[in-house]
Design a protein around this ligand. Structure first.
Ligand SMILES: Nc1nc2c(c(=O)[nH]1)N[C@H]1C(S)=C(S)[C@@H](COP(=O)(O)O)O[C@H]1N2
Ligand SMILES: [Mo]
Length: 423
C-alpha cells in the first residue's frame, strides 16, 4: 500500500483544516456556528432516558429516517410508476461517507429482477479454454475469495444534463446511478487458471440469466484479469436479487453494464462477440455522425452532494461535501470553486481513498449571501482531470447518451435556493 492508504484521518481533517477554520472564525464563523446552537448547562436540557423495544432478528431504519431510491424511466422521465422504470437512483443527497447501504444501491435492470434459486443456478465457462466447466454457487463459495470496495456506475449516469438543465433536479436525479459497496467473490483470474484460457483468447462474453439476455464482450486485459470478480456477496451478505443474486460479474472502474448480473455464462473468444448491447445500445453518437463503440471505462467524475439541487442554505457557515471517483484509479485531488469557476481551492479528502471507489470530500465555506455558483473538479492519480461542460461538449456534441462526466454546477440565488444549471 502506498502512503495515501494510511493517511490518518486526524491530521488531514485536523490541524490544517482547523487552522483554516480558526482563521475564518476570526471573521465570525465559529460565532455563527455557536450562535445557531443552544447553550446547555444541566441534564434537564436532554430528554429523559427511554424505555426500549424488544430486540429483534432483523433491524429496520428508524421510523424518523426516510431513505429511498427513485425509480425513473430514462432521461427526463421521472415520477413514473415503478412497473415501467428502467433504473432506480441512489439518494446521494441523503447519504454520508462512501459506502452505499445495500438496499439503496442504485439499480439498473433491463427486464426486471429474476428470482433465481441458488441451488439450481449454474455458471458455464467455455469457448477458447482447455476445458469447459459448469459450476454451482456452492462450488464458487468453496474457492479462494477476495473482497473489494468498488463503485459500480451506469454509463448513463449524468445523462439528464447532456442537452439542457432541468432546474428541479436533485443530485439523486442527476448523479444517482453510482454506488459503492464491498463486493466478495472469486477472482476471475482464478477461474481462468482452472479452465485454462487458450493463448488466442482475447475477449470474454459475459451473459446474464435474466430475460433480457444481457451479454457483453469484455477485453481480457491484464487489468481486468487481475481485478474482475465473480461476486456472490455485497456488504457482507449474499447479493440482493436486484444486484444479481446469486452471482454477478464485477469489473471495477468499467461501465456498469459489463458487471453482468445473474451471471450464467462466460465464453472466451478471439474477437468481440458483437451482441446487440454493443451495437444498438451502449454506443455514443459523435458529432461527425459516427457511433463510438466499446467506450468501456468510467471516466473521472465528482459532484457536490451538499449543498445540491433543491436544497436551501443560509448565509454564513456552510460545509460543502461531495463524492469523487475515477475508473482509472484513486482520486488525488478535488478542487471546489464557490465563484462560478473563477478561483479554485483543494477540498479535504476523507481517508482512506480507495482506487475505483467513491471518495468523500469536504470544505468549510462562509457564504456571503450573494447569488453564486459552486462546482467541483476532480483529478485522479493518473493525472486525468474532470472536464468542464464546454470541453466535454466540444468533443462529444450533445447527441450522446452515455459517459457524461462534466463538472456539475449548482447555482445559488439570493434566497439560498440551490438549483441544477449547465455551468
Ligand atoms: N443480466 C443483467 N446484468 C446487468 C444488467 C441487466 O439488465 N441484466 N444491467 C446492467 C447495467 S446497465 C448496469 S448499470 C449494472 C447495474 O448494476 P446494479 O443494478 O447492481 O446497480 O448492471 C448491469 N448488469
Ligand atoms: Mo447501465
Amino acid at each position: 500500500m502506498s502512503n495515501n492508504d494510511h493517511e490518518p484521518i486526524v491530521p488531514k481533517v485536523g490541524p490544517a483544516s482547523r487552522r483554516k477554520f480558526l482563521r475564518v472564525a476570526t471573521v465570525g464563523v465559529i460565532g455563527t456556528v455557536v450562535g445557531r446552537h443552544a447553550l446547555a448547562d444541566s441534564l434537564n436540557d436532554v430528554p429523559v432516558r427511554a424505555v426500549g423495544a424488544p430486540l429483534s432478528g432483523h433491524s429496520e431504519r428508524s421510523e424518523f429516517v426516510q431513505l429511498s431510491r427513485i425509480p425513473e424511466a430514462g432521461p427526463g422521465l421521472r415520477n413514473v410508476n415503478p412497473s415501467v422504470a428502467i433504473n432506480s437512483k441512489t439518494p446521494l443527497n441523503k447519504l454520508v461517507g462512501t459506502i452505499t447501504p445495500s438496499d439503496l444501491h442504485y439499480e439498473r435492470s433491463h427486464s426486471g429482477v429474476p428470482n433465481l434459486n441458488p441451488i439450481k443456478h449454474r455458471l458455464l465457462i467455455h469457448g477458447m479454454t482447455k476445458k469447459a466447466l459448469v459450476l454451482t454457487v456452492d462450488d464458487l463459495k468453496t474457492m479462494p475469495a477476495v473482497s473489494r470496495i468498488a463503485f459500480i456506475e451506469c454509463s448513463g449516469n449524468g445523462w439528464e444534463n447532456w442537452k439542457q438543465a432541468d432546474e428541479s433536479l436533485t443530485v439523486q436525479n442527476t448523479h444517482g446511478l453510482i454506488s459503492t459497496n464491498e463486493w466478495t467473490g472469486v477472482p476471475l483470474g482464478f477461474l481462468i487458471d482452472i479452465v485454462g484460457m487458450q493463448p488466442e483468447a482475447t475477449w470474454m462474453l459475459a451473459e446474464g440469466g435474466d430475460a433480457a439476455g444481457m451479454a457483453r464482450s469484455i477485453p481480457m486485459t491484464d487489468e481486468i484479469m487481475n481485478e474482475a470478480i465473480v461476486a456472490y456477496a455485497q456488504n457482507g451478505e449474499p447479493l440482493r436479487p436486484a444486484h444479481g443474486f446469486p452471482i454477478r460479474l464485477l469489473i471495477p472502474g468499467w461501465e456498469g453494464n459489463l458487471s453482468v448480473k445473474w451471471l450464467r455464462r462466460l465464453k472466451f473468444g478471439n474477437q468481440p462477440f458483437m451482441t446487440r448491447w454493443e451495437t444498438a445500445r451502449y454506443t455514443s453518437l459523435m458529432p461527425n455522425g459516427k457511433a463510438r463503440q466499446f467506450q468501456l471505462r468510467q471516466e473521472i467524475n465528482s459532484v457536490i452532494t451538499s449543498p445540491s439541487g433543491m436544497m436551501e442554505i443560509k448565509p454564513g457557515y456552510n460545509r460543502i461535501t461531495g463524492l469523487a471517483w475515477s475508473g482509472h484509479g484513486k482520486i488525488k485531488d478535488v478542487e471546489i470553486s464557490t465563484d462560478a469557476g473563477k478561483t479554485w481551492s483543494s477540498a479535504q479528502l476523507n481517508y482512506p481513498v480507495l482506487p475505483k471507489a467513491q471518495a468523500r470530500f469536504q470544505m468549510d465555506w462562509e457564504w456571503d449571501g450573494k447569488p453564486t455558483k459552486i462546482v467541483s473538479r476532480s483529478t485522479d492519480e493518473k493525472g486525468n482531470v474532470q472536464p468542464d461542460r464546454k470541453t466535454l461538449i466540444n468533443h462529444m456534441g450533445t447527441n450522446a447518451l452515455f459517459h457524461y462526466n462534466a463538472q456539475q454546477t449548482w447555482s445559488i440565488n439570493a434566497e439560498g435556493r440551490v438549483r441544477n444549471v449547465l455551468a
